[in-house]
Design a protein. Structure first.
Length: 287
């Protein structure tokens, strides 16, 4: 489903003309619905991996100093919603350790607070993730090579489009329909595109150049393309709140919540199937 089709679908369901509910209100409502869905959805399509390489990790690490353990500071991904797992890997991609203990930031920074110092722990402050002991420490003699962060993410905007680049042109992600950004070509050759006329002229070798305007096609979006009912019901909650129809607002709020719950339950069943499930808990002295 395209973004324009989703806007039209939402208008049809709300049964209000543009004088009552403008396209801008519908688009805002769809955005708000996606925002709320990300707060509750915990499903594989929202999972993503960020990998931090050795050179970056070494420069972002400090050594132990008296009571203070060594630590590594990482910038978190801009689209992060919730951390699933942080693990350190060797050059073969095998785990050397997992950062299983999560501390509040005050305990993390307090040098005399009990931290189970034989365990790998982490904390977060604003957009920085702190790991301790730092990169390459406490790995039982194995050589650490990278850190991998598995997390739940926000997807791109519902109407996000591919950037007009040479790579996206070659991958077929661009179209001339409504295009406003130029790419340059050697006359008679549409295989190789260039971002500037200078590059095209240098490659032309006297053959001459031409240009065409492109725009990116819409980026695939799991909610919009495969689970539009989540966005539809969530948008209708916002729209009917806007027009002051409390009964319809409550009705679609239940439908929106149920869609999200069904998706989460479906994933929970998948996680519990296929074998015996083992989960470790640490009561930290409370049990």
């Amino acid at each position: 489903m395209t973004y324009a089709e989703l806007v039209t679908l939402t208008r049809n369901w709300c049964n209000r003309d543009e004088e009552v509910v403008s396209d801008d209100i519908i688009k805002d409502s769809l955005k708000y619905a996606a925002d709320k869905a990300y707060r509750k959805l915990r499903v594989p399509p929202l999972e993503n991996v960020a990998e931090y390489e050795k050179t970056l990790l070494e420069s972002a690490s400090t050594t132990a100093n008296g009571l203070v353990e060594s630590r590594t500071e990482l910038k978190i991904p801009f689209d992060l919603i919730e951390i699933i797992q942080i693990k350190e890997l060797d050059s073969a991609g095998l785990p050397t350790r997992v950062f299983n203990e999560k501390l509040d930031i005050r305990t993390f920074n307090d040098p005399i607070a009990e931290k189970y110092t034989s365990t790998n722990y982490f904390s977060r402050e604003r957009n920085v993730l702190y790991l301790s002991p730092g990169f390459g420490e406490n790995t039982a003699g194995r050589q650490a090579n990278s850190i991998e962060l598995l997390y739940y993410r926000r997807l791109p905007a519902l109407d996000a489009k591919y950037a007009v680049t040479v790579l996206n042109y070659k991958a077929g992600f661009l179209t001339t329909s409504g295009g406003t950004t130029a790419l340059y070509f050697v006359n008679g050759n549409t295989t190789d595109a260039y971002l500037t006329s200078t590059e095209a002229t240098a490659a032309a070798d006297g053959a001459g150049t031409n240009t065409a305007n492109y725009i990116g096609t819409e980026v695939p979006h799991w909610l919009r393309d495969e689970n539009e009912r989540v966005l539809l019901y969530g948008a209708l909650v916002e729209i009917f709140a806007y027009v002051g129809d409390d009964a319809q607002t409550a009705k679609y709020k239940v439908m929106f919540d149920n869609e999200i719950q069904e998706l989460n339950d479906e994933d929970a069943k998948r996680n519990a199937s296929g074998g015996n499930v083992q989960i470790n808990f640490n009561g930290r002295g409370l049990i």
